[in-house]
Design a protein around this ligand. Structure first.
Ligand code: FAD
Ligand code: AMP
Length: 480
């Protein structure tokens, strides 16, 4: 039967498209269902990540950082220029072209690997069947020996700040402003709030970030979080913690936001744009027939075990729609593991080693346990830190801010966590991910030769500092 597949993946985001490609590589007859269309009605692949997430945000972060450097840093290098200006339309056009190239690239990869693309909305039915509803309303039933749900997530909306056309927006709206706001409010000091606040702050907006929690970056190592906050505030982000937004009122072209601080005092503040970045929720609307048997957890995520099996045999769920960090690389790896297990391989996902990155400037990145988590476990541990202010390569690049922190087990010397705020932290932390995947000790990295001069030397020095023998800073005697 032509519409009978070994594998049907619902959703072509980074979890779904990677899963479909891997399944096809393994010789499984594979289809991927995606309902998103472009303005010409053609399928749009890549999900949140490529269209309204990772890629457009990083594109704007890079463009806006170049603007800041041209305006502020070139003179430090002895480069004189005048009249640096921002052309928001051109910046957005560049972003749109990059998105188009990458989403088109996935269509090419599907073709090259023999994945059948089915354009429409997928719904899981009982008995190894998936219903496909196309944009014209026609319905087809597809047979699926294995179904993988990869339908992703949507921004959370909160009652105090209902979205408007272009005044109160979510992350998608904030990636498409037509001009630089004068006074920009951001609700939520999470990854998305800090990244988008940084983009528009660099381009000239006065940015106020309102965060309900008293702590900053609660999931990060708190020493790194404190250092990051200092750097971001110095750049001009006005980060107000313990500020819970309770109401908003549109007043002409402005929005007045009410928030309550930690003492219970009410404040009002006016913006000409407001970004609501209070998190994302799993997307499962209209995804199952009532008798499909798929179970959800109490927060609306599809319930899965360690291998992404749902409550129904032969149905799996991966990516943002299931527990775990909402990160593209987490979903992609789950996609690979599920495809390989369906093909009979013994693949396994290492949930302990999923790196986190915040693409501010400098970047914030970490892997493994924070000092707070290690302390709570009650095990003896060692810490080494190294500041980028002492890195020759960082200073040469005018990037001498931030630090690397390494935490290891005192008894075994095994690396437990690496936390970085500094230049290229996202790429530097990947070296630690590889080391930890191989269960490296700090001694293993201490004995590794690092090229000079590189930013990576800061990781080497932090590793040496764990046992008080860093070379390029004075080692402080530690008592722990
Ligand atoms: P999605 O990417 O959401 O894809 C799901 C797909 O399923 C969509 O295309 C949707 O149309 C489709 N779909 C849904 N329901 C159906 C249905 N019934 N039938 C057919 N198709 C359906 N993560 C990072 O790792 N690094 C970053 O730098 C990063 N930056 C981000 C910046 C922003 C502004 C945002 C919003 C997110 C960012 N993320 C980042 C998160 C990342 O985008 C998500 O974790 C990732 O896209 C999740 O992948 P996914 O495949 O699970 O879901
Ligand atoms: P994240 O889920 O990492 O994107 O972060 C979202 C942030 O938004 C969290 O830190 C929440 O505490 C914060 N948040 C949620 N609701 C509100 C609110 N009403 N006012 C201010 N901050 C909020």
């Amino acid at each position: 039967m032509s519409n009978q597949f070994d594998v049907v993946v619902i959703g072509a985001g980074p979890a779904g498209y990677v899963c479909a490609i891997r399944a096809a590589q393994l010789g499984l007859k594979t289809a991927c269902i995606e309902r998103w269309s472009d303005d010409k009605g053609k399928p749009t692949l890549g999900g949140t990540c490529l269209n309204v997430g990772c890629i457009p945000s990083k594109t704007l972060l890079d463009s806006s950082q170049k603007y800041v450097e041209a305006k502020r840093d070139f003179s430090t290098h002895g480069i004189k220029h005048s009249g640096v200006e921002i052309d928001v339309a051109a910046m957005m056009g560049r972003k749109d072209n990059i998105v188009k190239t990458l989403t088109g690239g996935i269509a090419g990869l599907f073709k090259a690997n023999g994945v059948t693309l089915l354009h429409g909305a997928g719904k899981v039915l009982k008995g190894k069947r998936v219903e496909l509803t196309r944009a014209d309303g026609s319905v087809e039933i597809v047979g699926a020996e294995h179904t993988i749900i990869a339908t992703g997530s949507r921004p959370i909306e909160i009652p105090p700040t209902p979205l408007t056309d272009d005044l109160i927006v979510d992350s998608t709206g904030a990636l498409a402003f037509k001009s630089v706001p004068k006074r920009l409010g951001v609700i939520g000091a999470g990854v998305i709030g800090l990244e988008l606040g940084s983009v528009w702050g660099r381009l000239g907006a006065e940015v106020v970030v309102l965060e309900a929690m008293e702590g900053f970056l609660a999931a990060a190592d708190q020493q790194i979080a404190r250092e990051s906050r200092k750097i971001l505030e110095k750049q001009g982000l006005d980060i107000r913690l313990g500020a819970r937004v309770t109401a908003s009122e549109v007043k002409g072209k402005d929005v007045e936001v009410t928030y309550v601080d930690g003492d219970g005092t009410e404040h009002k503040i006016t913006f000409d744009k407001l970004i609501v970045a209070v998190g994302r929720r799993p997307y499962t609307e209209n995804l199952f027939a009532a008798d499909s048997g798929i179970e959800m957890d109490e927060r609306g995520f599809i319930h899965v075990d360690d291998h992404c099996n749902t409550s129904v045999p032969g149905v799996y769920a991966i990516g943002d729609v299931v527990r775990g960090p909402m990160l593209a690389h987490k979903g992609s790896e789950e996609g690979v593991v599920v495809a390989e297990r369906i093909a009979g391989q013994k693949a396994q996902m290492n949930y302990d080693l999923i790196p986190s990155v915040i693409y501010t400037h400098p970047e914030i990145a970490w892997i493994g346990k924070t000092e707070e988590e290690v302390k709570a476990l009650g095990e003896a541990y060692k810490v080494g830190t190294f500041p980028f202010a002492a890195s020759g390569r960082a200073l040469a690049a005018n990037e001498g801010h931030g630090m690397v922190k390494v935490i290891s087990d005192k008894a075994t010397d095994r690396i437990l966590g690496v936390h970085i705020v500094g230049p290229s932290a996202a790429d530097l932390v990947q070296q630690a991910v590889i080391a930890m995947e191989f269960a490296a000790s700090t001694e293993d990295l201490a004995l590794t030769i690092f090229s000079h001069p590189t930013l990576s030397e800061a990781l080497h020095e932090a590793v040496l500092a764990v046992d008080d023998h860093a070379i390029h800073i004075a080692n402080r005697k530690k008592r722990r």
